[in-house]
Design a protein around this ligand. Structure first.
Ligand SMILES: [Zn+2]
Ligand SMILES: [Zn+2]
Length: 126
């Protein structure tokens, strides 16, 4: 069993926690409003992201380790300054209307069968 020390409860901790959840709730509500209205569609499309990744995943926390991950379609080398990697390169994401980050459909269409719209170039050696 894991034993933890008792939480320290005082005026400061109560105020700190309350401010924290209040801010988190407001950010979540604003993100959900953006998701619903897609009011930054142009910016989102330019970044090659789906609504979920653009509006709801702004607090991605990655490890501080430089990470390389090839694009899932064309295999081009991608380098990231942390462990938050993207599934696709921007060119493939825009071309295929997929999300650069998660690889899902950029417009949220549920497709039973997915085929690349453009033939992908041969994958580079990994
Ligand atoms: Zn690619
Ligand atoms: Zn996504």
């Amino acid at each position: 069993m894991n034993h933890r020390a008792a939480a320290k409860i005082d005026s400061y901790s109560v105020q700190f926690r309350t401010n924290m959840w209040d801010r988190a709730a407001k950010e979540t509500i604003a993100a959900a409003a953006g998701y619903t209205s897609d009011n930054q569609r142009k910016v989102r499309k330019a970044q090659g992201l789906c609504k979920w990744c653009f509006y709801m995943q702004n607090d991605r926390v990655g490890g501080t380790e430089c990470t390389a991950q090839p694009c899932g379609l064309c295999g081009v080398a991608q380098h990231f300054s942390n462990t938050c990697t993207d599934a696709l390169c921007l060119q493939c994401a825009v071309q295929e209307q997929l999300c650069k980050r998660c690889g899902g459909d950029a417009e949220g269409r549920v497709r039973r069968i997915w085929k690349p719209a453009w033939p992908a170039p041969p994958k580079s050696p990994r």
